[in-house]
Design a protein around this ligand. Structure first.
Ligand SMILES: [Zn+2]
Ligand SMILES: [Zn+2]
Length: 119
């Protein structure tokens, strides 16, 4: 699987085929799930990965959060998402929030950390 880094939002966007919902694939597995399970292990039953950036072909681990199915449903609401105060790593979103064109919000501090790890 190959990815392209988005320099503005910090996404690691999988290149190649995407399905009608916008998901990219690594073999038969959705690209973001493949990336997550490779790094963090198998996803427990009932849990889902939420794309904080709302870009379904993004495979950046710091843009993914493991949440319950119920929580993931709630997050379909823009309002609910906007109420969040902390990113999964505990950074204040009031100062770190970067809003993506897709209506997601990623964390500047996490982006910076991920960038320094990969270089
Ligand atoms: Zn992303
Ligand atoms: Zn963060």
């Amino acid at each position: 699987m190959s990815v392209e880094r988005d320099p503005i939002f910090g996404c690691l966007l999988a290149t190649g085929r995407r399905d009608k919902d916008g998901y990219a694939f690594a073999g038969k597995t959705r690209a973001h799930i493949a990336a997550w399970s490779k790094a963090r292990g198998v996803i427990a039953p009932g849990m889902e990965l939420d794309h904080l950036c709302r870009r379904r072909h993004c495979t950046a681990l710091h843009h993914l959060e493991l949440v319950t199915r119920g929580e993931n449903e709630m997050r379909k609401s823009w309002r609910y998402r906007a109420r969040r105060k902390l990113c999964p790593a505990g950074h204040e979103l009031a100062v770190n929030r970067i809003v993506t064109p897709e209506g997601g919000a990623v964390c500047r501090a996490c982006n910076r950390a991920a960038e320094s790890q990969s270089t």
